[in-house]
Design a protein around this ligand. Structure first.
Ligand SMILES: *[C@@H]1O[C@H](CO)[C@@H](O)[C@H](O)[C@H]1NC(C)=O
Ligand SMILES: *[C@@H]1O[C@H](CO)[C@@H](O)[C@H](O)[C@H]1NC(C)=O
Ligand SMILES: *[C@@H]1O[C@H](CO)[C@@H](O)[C@H](O)[C@H]1NC(C)=O
Length: 405
């Protein structure tokens, strides 16, 4: 064997040895980082692992209990949090209540306030409406009664919602009377409760008899169906104060108004009957219906829709909301059905709110001067409680068209 072969062999052996040493040292060096990484995954100072494991028994962050959101902004009148993307064209259900509310079971222990709330327009109250008012007082002798004027309504909202400047601003910014009137009833029902009724409604049955005995201790809100049976009437509503469902209605209206203003490229005060897409859906009965059904669904943890309250022959209790068949409040347009319980109130549809001004009630045309929008209507009765208006009508009797079952 030539000498060079030994050299080559020696070279090869030393190369192999070097390679083995190198690869083993690489192996051990790659091991180290892995271990280091494993230890390094705790970036906390020594001793804190213990605390960490003790504190992380997979409990989620503390949340408001169950599906019932709580009114957490009671003491801090901060701006209303955006409840849904403002680019949405149709308002979505609010995810939390902005206004504090009384839990259902607690509310159930209280009676409905024995009070009727109404609102007159700047032109005062004509004879037909005086008869309607008298019907309430005759049927309910112990009923307290208050009629707002534009001025006293605004003062009321300022007083009651002093902690919620957004609500005050929205109410005072609104220029169209029907929008204001729609919003006002929800605010009153929330703050004080009792019965809201438009002026063109006759009461046929005492309020104390509206709720069947079986539902008396579980009802905190009473609504009737409109003639088409698809939405709740907003001309007459009875509520206990601080109902979560009325809170939901207020929020729904606030959001819908904001969305409408955005769509019309204007502000709340710039909204008119022409720029607002659909009054009924923004502040009116449809808005109220959607908000209440959404609120009930949320609290029941079950979807409740229009179908659950259509074609009713008996009242239906949805959580604490009693829905009356449309004979109750909407008999006149429902064709006086005889199989849907008693006619409780009768709505005369005197309002011609679809006029350009969004009047609460057309003044001259239909002869009901209980609310026209004309600012020049003159005699604004400011400030007063309005009680005088209802007390000065002597014994004018209810119209002869009383219908009972
Ligand atoms: C409510 O009234 C119903 C029927 O009268 C009764 O069965 C039920 O126990 C009452 N519930 C409460 C909470 O009082
Ligand atoms: C919205 O109104 C502003 C001011 O009036 C105007 O400058 C802007 O072009 C309008 N935008 C749209 C999309 O109409
Ligand atoms: C609402 O209607 C649906 C479909 O008919 C029904 O399954 C559901 O139980 C109803 N919910 C309530 C609360 O009545």
């Amino acid at each position: 064997m030539p000498r060079s072969s030994y050299y080559l062999l020696a070279l090869l052996l030393s190369f192999i040895a070097t390679f083995l040493w190198f690869s083993s040292s690489v192996k051990s060096s790659t091991k180290t980082p892995i271990l280091t990484l494993a230890y390094g995954s705790c970036s906390c100072p020594p001793g804190s692992d213990q605390a960490k494991t003790d504190l992380t028994p997979s409990s989620p962050p503390i949340k408001p209990s169950s599906s019932l959101p709580t009114g957490i902004t009671i003491t801090s009148p901060s701006p209303i949090p955006p409840l849904h993307p403002s680019s949405d064209s149709t308002p979505e259900p609010p995810t939390s209540y902005y206004l504090p509310y009384t839990p259902t079971t607690q509310l159930s222990r209280h009676p409905f306030p024995s009070k009727l709330w109404q609102k007159a327009g700047p032109n005062g109250i004509n004879e037909d409406r005086q008869k309607d008012i008298q019907s309430w007082l005759s049927q309910n002798p112990s009923l307290r009664h208050e009629i707002f004027t534009d001025g006293s309504a605004e003062q009321y909202v300022r007083d009651q919602f002093s902690k919620f400047p957004d609500i005050i601003d929205t109410y005072t910014d609104l220029q169209v009377p029907i929008l204001k009137a729609d919003f006002l009833r929800q605010l009153i029902l929330y703050a004080d409760g009792g019965v809201w009724s438009d002026l063109d409604v006759t009461c046929h049955i005492p309020i104390s008899a509206w709720i069947p005995d079986a539902y008396k201790n579980a009802t905190n809100l009473v609504v009737g169906l409109e003639f088409d049976g698809n939405q709740f009437a907003s001309w007459t509503v009875m509520a206990k104060p601080r109902s979560s469902h009325i809170a939901a209605a207020i929020e729904y209206i606030m959001d819908a108004l904001e969305d409408s203003a955005e769509q019309a490229n204007t502000t709340i005060s710039g909204l008119t009957m022409k720029t607002i897409s659909d009054v009924v859906a923004v502040t009116g009965p449809q808005a109220m219906t959607r908000a209440i059904l959404q609120s009930v669904s949320r609290e029941l943890g079950e979807r409740v829709e229009g179908g659950n309250v259509s074609g009713l022959h008996e009242p239906v209790l949805l959580r604490d909301v009693l829905v009356l068949p449309n004979a109750a409040f909407g008999a006149m347009q429902a064709g006086w059905p005889t199989d849907q319980g008693p006619y409780l109130v009768e709505h005369h549809y005197a309002g011609s709110w679809k006029n350009d001004h969004g009047g609460e009630s057309g003044g001259d045309k239909d002869g009901s001067g209980d609310g026209s929008v004309e600012k020049d209507g003159g005699q604004e009765e400011e400030g007063g409680e309005g009680e005088g208006e209802s007390e000065s009508h002597g014994d004018s009797r209810v119209k002869s068209e009383i219908r009972e079952r």
